[in-house]
Design a protein around this ligand. Structure first.
Ligand code: SAJ
Length: 412
């Protein structure tokens, strides 16, 4: 069979490569010519463990290619971003554009799978968008048989930094517009998935994915709130969590400078938008987590008052540890807030995964990238924002006599 994957990003490319490695002919489709060119050369435009070698292998074997034109195929997987609009509703324009590019290529028997995280009802909309352009094809409807094409939602659930492992080992939820749609879509994932494949309806699959990320957000918000409370009572939050977590039914997550990435800070809002009056907890968790970077920046400004002309080192810029992704990074927000609050203070930034000053910070003249050791050496105040593995070694030798603000508990 031949399979087209629309969107060669953090999800589409790894999915493409695991299918290609198992003998499927995969064509990656992307609107970005630089991405198409990179994948065509067997290169990966971002860092993810074990991905690069798999992509170069699959391209060399002739199983994986990339293009900007939608090809014909037996199955289509949509893995494009679903960012959010200013009003915190989902922006489905990329999903709609993908569906409308797929529509003219469809033949009877084809499968269309949405992997992008989407609000309830989106899979249904895909069938509507396609149906509007292809009145000759019978779309799948609940309770009816004899559809010409099959439409399903199979949300991705892989963790950045562990994508290649989790892609294979995670259980998968496959929700079809009909039972037959779910079964047909599941046949794609059976090619590589070692986890269980759970068949359901499309709306349940959409909601399950959103609920997973809202669950994590609410739990991180809980940890962040505990952190605020213990801080005000001069109690060490890490000690409290360590002790509480020795209870057999308690598993508190880690407080930090905020919740970043392109999923967890966004997806809970799709739930809130779908049922605004019924989601006070989910909304409040979002607000608690969004407030974190401000709190951390305020604490740093407070510590800076003890010095006449302090130098501040901020370690870590990415949205979490051991990845190179700076999108929606709370660390960057913290640095921006400090730079703004303390315009006359030198702020040194270090991150082994980031080579140059991220564009979001280019407006501040008091920021400079440095090696981590030099930054710590020169600083009066050291702020740990991301617990990258290489930073852990810094603690023993280098921090003596400095004001240390470890927002991740990595140097305890
Ligand atoms: N964070 C904390 N404290 C914690 C855990 C995380 O502050 O105890 C922060 C991280 O530093 C980061 C943010 O939360 O800024 C999110 O990181 P993460 O590792 O929790 O999650 P992501 O965004 O990398 O991936 C999540 C995963 N979802 C769940 O674990 C429920 C992943 O499985 C999903 O596939 C992914 O979202 C997605 O694409 O939806």
């Amino acid at each position: 069979g031949r399979l087209a994957i629309v969107g060669m990003g953090y999800i589409g490319l790894p999915t493409a490569v695991v299918l290609a490695t198992r003998g499927i002919d995969v064509i990656g489709v992307d609107i970005n010519p630089a991405t198409v060119a990179a994948v065509s050369r067997g290169e990966v435009p971002f860092v993810e463990p074990d991905l690069a070698v798999a992509v170069s292998g699959a391209v060399a074997m002739g199983r994986l290619s990339a293009t900007s034109e939608m090809p014909e195929a037996d199955a289509f997987i949509i893995a494009v971003p679903t960012p959010f609009n200013g009003d915190r509703t989902a922006n489905l324009s990329y999903v709609q554009a993908a569906a409308e590019q797929i529509a003219p290529k469809l033949r009877s028997g084809n499968i269309v799978v949405l992997e992008s995280t989407s609000p309830p009802g989106t899979t249904e909309k895909i069938a509507e968008w396609i149906g509007a352009l292809r009145p000759d094809l019978k779309m799948p409807h609940d309770g009816e048989t004899g559809a010409d094409i099959f439409v399903a939602h199979c949300p991705e659930r892989v963790l950045p930094g562990r994508i290649m492992i989790e892609m294979i080992t995670n259980d998968r939820v496959v929700g079809g517009l009909t039972k037959r749609c779910a079964e047909r879509a599941a046949s794609i994932y059976r090619v590589f998935a070692q986890g269980e494949i759970l068949l359901t309806d499309a709306a349940s699959a959409e909601m399950a994915k959103l609920v997973e990320n809202a669950y994590r957000d609410v739990n991180i918000a809980f940890a962040n709130e505990i952190s605020l409370i213990t801080e005000s009572l001069h109690i060490d939050v890490w000690e409290v969590i360590r002790l509480a977590n020795r209870h057999p039914r308690v598993n508190i997550l880690s407080p930090g400078p905020g919740v970043g990435g392109h999923c967890i800070p966004v997806d809970p809002w799709f739930i809130v938008a779908a049922a605004p009056k019924l989601s006070p907890l989910i909304r409040t968790a979002r607000e608690v987590n969004d407030r974190r970077p401000h709190h951390v920046a305020e604490q740093v400004a407070e510590k800076a008052k003890r010095f006449r002309e302090p130098t501040i080192a901020c370690l870590g810029l990415t949205f979490k540890a051991n990845v190179d992704d700076v999108r929606e990074s709370p660390a960057i927000e913290v640095v921006g807030l400090i730079a703004e609050a303390l315009p006359n203070v030198d702020i040194l930034l270090a991150d082994p995964y980031v080579d140059s000053l991220p564009s979001m910070l280019s407006g501040y003249s008091n920021l400079r990238m440095e090696g981590a050791y030099q930054a710590v050496e020169r600083a009066d105040i050291v702020v740990l924002l991301v617990e990258h593995e290489p930073f852990k070694a810094i603690r023993n030798t280098r921090l003596g006599g400095k004001v240390v603000y470890d927002t991740r508990g990595a140097w305890r």
